[in-house]
Every structure is written in structure tokens, then in C-alpha cells.
Design a protein around this ligand. Structure first.
Ligand code: HEM
Length: 496
């Protein structure tokens, strides 16, 4: 037994030397980057927050840097110009995703969209999702659901407001977001009793945490089966609980006698499956994979974005007041905000863009090169991981003055938008792999923030000064707040 570890390490070193020798002949000009070490590459330089580490390296080494995550060559792209090359000029080359060992076990063998490699399957699946599930018509069909659920949250906060006590805004918003997603995806709110004692929300978060945790199996493919960190085992355990849950939901849809007017995503997918309309094999496993995809992609991204926007407003009371004034002028104090008001809320739109600039929910866009490619004189080898670093791009001083400050007014005279056309602002990515749920997210985030700011005045608890509000980030697939956002509400509308 005593020989096992040294032999294993020796084998790794020999493998590494062999690999490097094989490559030496083909060495082309690589971008700059921090100095790595054999075998680990740069893994030892990464701490708890990959986003912050890559930001630090990008500031030091420039807009395209080269690193190695174990055996995986990795390029970090941190300027709007080079991001445009990856996401537009050479989008056809960089539209794939790197391998994610852990995610395999929750995506029914990569039958989902988020982690799927680029190819005919992904194209068909993406078309199905954008045409049937995330179209404007489908999104509009859930308008009354959104307004009912938001009204329920407002009512519950209004009740708390009577006691002048703190509201856990993070918990309120996270519950609302989960309810909205579940109602849209499978037609009912989540119930923890349907799952094991850990509960629905916990399990969805476990999926995102596991998928985001750096897995040695991704960096050293031969270690995948060993599962040294136990991530695969945890994902398999989670999948064992989630699978019967989604199976049961599908069964309920199949057995439902009544013909619903407003079809949820599962209804729509079951119809497609039964009609044979899909141009590719589409069975129950695909329905399950897409269901989980939609839940995982929507719940935390939307709720974190709302939390960050509210946090910035609480830290900047003048901006909060200005937004309330706009809401008074456009909506008035006699009614709540409606979706049709959003178009007319110009300042809200500026606050929204500024918040997505500083707090993109998914600031690292993970792509993979499908062919060798030259980008700005640098050689990117087929199979390399390419990370578009929106975190650094959103703080590029060539595009953003006082980049670290929250200044919605910067968008007053600017047409820069979040939709993927402007490469200095990429909260939803851009190109083939950009977010297909963007339209829905734009509605939900703006509507919920507008409603909370319109219905209530907010103060920080315990006479905390705005500048003291903790803004620490928690790294994950979605960058959330490390600590819950608490605030004291006072109802301000004039109707009962
Ligand atoms: C504020 C909310 C949201 C943000 C900030 C966000 C952001 C993103 C980002 C940055 C990507 C990756 C882009 C890339 O790799 O280049 C993405 C992908 C994706 N998003 Fe969103 N998203 C949000 C909400 C949603 C919603 C509501 C849905 C669906 C209901 C959704 C579904 C997806 C899916 C399925 C993908 C994978 C697309 C693919 O790989 O082809 N997202 N999102």
C-alpha cells in the first residue's frame, strides 16, 4: 500500500512530461499568463472565488491570458474587443461547452441544453426551447401568474411591515423566483414534501453548487472515475431524489383529465413528444433534462439579480429615491406596477443595466474551441477551454469611467444594452450560446424590483449606514450574495 501513492505521483509526472514532449514540436505563440507548475498547471493558484482570481490575473497579464487547469489549456478573454472575436467573429468555433463531469449525472447523459456540446443535437434542442418554451407568446401567457405571485409576496411583506421589523428580502425573492419558475415549468409551486427532508430549493442549489465546484475529473480526465472529491457521488445522490420527483410530475401531466388553457412547459413538451413533431429523438429523458435545465437556469439567476439590484438601491438611497419618483410619475401611488409600465420606466432600465454590469449573475462564460484558431495573433488549440470573463470586461476602464461605482446615469446618453450586441456589457452572453431566457429574465427582474421599490420605503436594520451594507459575493454557477439581504419596509401606496 505504501507504494501506491508514490507510484501514482511518478506515473502522473511521466505522463505530464510525455504530454509536454508531444506538444513541444507544435508549440505556437501563446498569450501571456502566470507561471504554472508541472501537472497542476495553475490550479494551485486558484482560491475560493475563481471570478476574483481571473480578474486579478487579467489585470496583471492582459486581455487574453493562457493558463492550464490541470491538463486542460484555458484561455481567459477579458476585453470587449477579444470577446467579440470569440462570441461573434469565431462564434462557430467557440460555441461548444467544456466537459463537466459532475453535470453529466443530472442532465440525463448531457440531454440538456446548458452543458451540451455544440452540434446537431444542441441545435435541435435549442430551437425547441426558443420556439416552444421561451417565445414571447409563451412568456406572455404567464403574465397573470407573475402578477398573482408578486401580489402574494407584496401582501406578506405588507403584513410584516406593520410590525416595523426586518424582512429577509433574500428569502422572499428566492421563494418568489422558485414559485414563478415551478409554475411555468410544471404548473404548480414546489412542495418540499415531494422530496426528501432537504427540500426542493436545497436540492436545486446543490445541483448548481456541484456543477460549479472545480472537479479534478474535468482537469485530469483519467481521474474522473475515481471521483476523489466525491462530487459525482453527491450529484448521483441528488439525481436519485430529483428523478422520481420529475417522473411523478410527468405522470401527473400524462394522467391529467382536464385540458388546461394555459399550458406549462411539461404540457408543451409532452405534446411535442407525443406528436412526433420534434426533428430528433425526443423522449421522457429529454423532457426531464429540459425541466431541470429550465429550473436550474432560471431560479437563482433571477433571484440573485433582484437581490443585487435591491442591495445597490439600499446602498445608494438617492438613486432609490429617484427611482421611486419615476414610479410615482409613471404609475402613480394608487396602483401597483404592471408589466405594460416597464417600457415607460427609463430610469429603472438604467438602474437595471448598471446592476447587471456590476453584478452579472454568471460572469464567466464557459466555452470550448472546436477547432484550432488564431485570435489576435495568439494560437488557441482545439479542445481548449475558453472563458469569456465578463466580470473584468464590465470593469474595463477604457469603456467605463469610475468602473467600480454604481452610476445608472452613465446610461443616460448611451445606447449600450444588455442584449449581447455590445461586447462591453454581456450579462446574458452573446452569440449562439447566449441566454435563451433573457426576455423572460428582463421582465421578471425589472417587475419585481419596481414593485418592491414602488410599494415600500426601505431602511437598513439597526440604523446601519448604507455604506456599511455587506456586498460580499459567493462564488458559484450563479454569483449570489454571501449573506442574506435584510431591510425594514414601510408601505407607501395609497390604496389598501
Ligand atoms: C437574470 C437572469 C439570467 C441571467 C443573468 C442569465 C445569464 C445567462 C448566461 C450568462 C448564460 C451563458 C451564456 C454563454 O455561455 O455565452 C446563460 C445561458 C442559459 N440560460 Fe440564462 N440567464 C438568466 C435567466 C434565464 C432564464 C429565466 C432561463 C430560462 C427559463 C435561462 C435559460 C438559460 C439556458 C437554457 C442557457 C444555456 C443556453 C445554451 O447553452 O445554449 N436563463 N444564461
Amino acid at each position: 500500500m505504501a507504494f501506491v501513492l508514490p507510484t501514482f505521483i511518478l506515473a502522473l509526472i511521466l505522463l505530464f512530461i510525455f504530454y509536454e514532449l508531444l506538444n513541444i514540436k507544435n508549440k505556437k505563440k501563446l498569450p501571456p499568463g502566470p507561471k504554472g507548475i508541472p501537472i497542476l498547471g495553475h490550479l494551485h493558484l486558484l482560491g475560493e472565488n475563481l471570478t476574483h482570481d481571473l480578474h486579478k490575473f487579467s489585470l496583471k497579464y492582459g486581455p487574453i491570458i493562457y493558463m492550464k487547469f490541470g491538463l486542460v489549456p484555458t484561455y481567459v478573454i477579458s476585453s470587449p474587443e477579444s470577446a467579440e472575436k470569440i462570441l461573434k467573429t469565431y462564434d462557430h468555433i467557440f460555441a461548444s461547452r467544456p466537459h463537466n463531469e459532475t453535470a453529466q449525472y443530472i442532465s440525463y447523459g448531457q440531454r440538456n441544453l446548458i452543458f451540451s456540446k455544440y452540434g446537431a443535437y444542441w441545435r435541435n434542442m435549442r430551437k425547441l426551447c426558443t420556439v416552444h418554451l421561451l417565445s414571447n407568446m409563451k412568456i406572455n401567457s404567464f403574465q397573470s401568474t407573475r402578477s398573482e405571485e408578486i401580489a402574494i409576496m407584496i401582501k406578506s411583506i405588507k403584513e410584516i411591515a406593520q410590525g416595523r421589523v426586518d424582512v429577509d428580502l433574500s428569502a422572499q425573492v428566492s421563494k418568489l423566483s422558485a414559485n414563478l419558475s415551478c409554475l411555468m415549468v410544471f404548473g404548480k409551486k414546489f412542495t418540499d414534501e415531494d422530496l426528501d427532508k432537504r427540500g426542493f430549493k436545497y436540492l436545486v442549489q446543490e445541483v448548481t453548487t456541484l456543477a460549479a465546484t472545480p472537479n479534478l475529473g474535468d482537469f485530469f480526465p483519467f481521474l474522473g472515475v475515481i471521483d476523489l472529491q466525491g462530487l459525482t457521488r453527491r450529484m448521483k445522490d441528488t439525481s436519485k431524489v430529483l428523478d422520481p420527483f420529475v417522473e411523478k410530475i410527468i405522470d401527473e401531466h400524462v394522467n391529467a383529465k382536464d385540458h388546461k388553457k394555459n399550458k406549462d412547459f411539461v404540457d408543451t413538451m409532452m405534446e411535442i413528444m407525443q406528436s412526433g413533431e420534434a426533428e430528433f429523438q425526443f423522449d421522457r429523458r429529454h423532457v426531464k433534462a429540459v425541466m431541470l435545465d429550465m429550473l436550474v437556469a432560471s431560479i437563482d439567476t433571477s433571484s440573485s439579480s433582484i437581490e443585487w439590484m435591491l442591495s445597490e438601491l439600499l446602498r445608494n438611497p438617492d438613486i432609490m429615491k429617484k427611482l421611486q419618483k419615476e414610479l410615482e410619475e409613471v404609475v402613480g401611488l394608487n396602483r401597483m406596477v404592471q408589466e405594460s409600465d416597464l417600457e415607460n420606466l427609463k430610469y429603472l432600465n438604467m438602474v437595471f443595466k448598471e446592476s447587471f454590469r456590476l453584478h452579472a449573475a454568471a460572469p464567466l462564460l464557459l466555452h470550448e474551441a472546436m477547432e484550432d484558431c488564431m485570435v489576435d495573433d495568439f494560437y488557441i488549440k482545439k479542445g481548449s477551454q475558453v472563458i469569456v470573463n465578463a466580470y473584468t470586461i464590465h470593469r474595463d476602464p477604457n469603456f467605463w469611467t469610475d468602473a467600480d461605482k454604481f452610476l445608472p446615469e452613465r446610461f443616460l446618453e448611451s445606447n449600450v444594452d444588455v442584449r449581447g450586441r455590445d461586447y462591453q456589457l454581456l450579462p446574458f452572453g452573446s452569440g449562439r450560446r447566449s441566454c435563451p431566457g433573457m426576455q423572460l429574465a428582463l421582465i421578471i427582474v425589472r417587475l419585481v424590483v419596481a414593485q418592491l421599490v414602488h410599494c415600500f420605503d426601505w431602511e437598513l436594520p439597526n440604523e446601519m449606514q448604507p455604506k456599511d451594507l455587506d456586498m460580499t459575493e459567493q462564488f458559484g454557477i450563479v454569483t449570489g450574495r454571501a449573506n442574506h439581504l435584510m431591510a425594514v419596509p414601510t408601505y407607501r401606496l395609497q390604496h389598501s
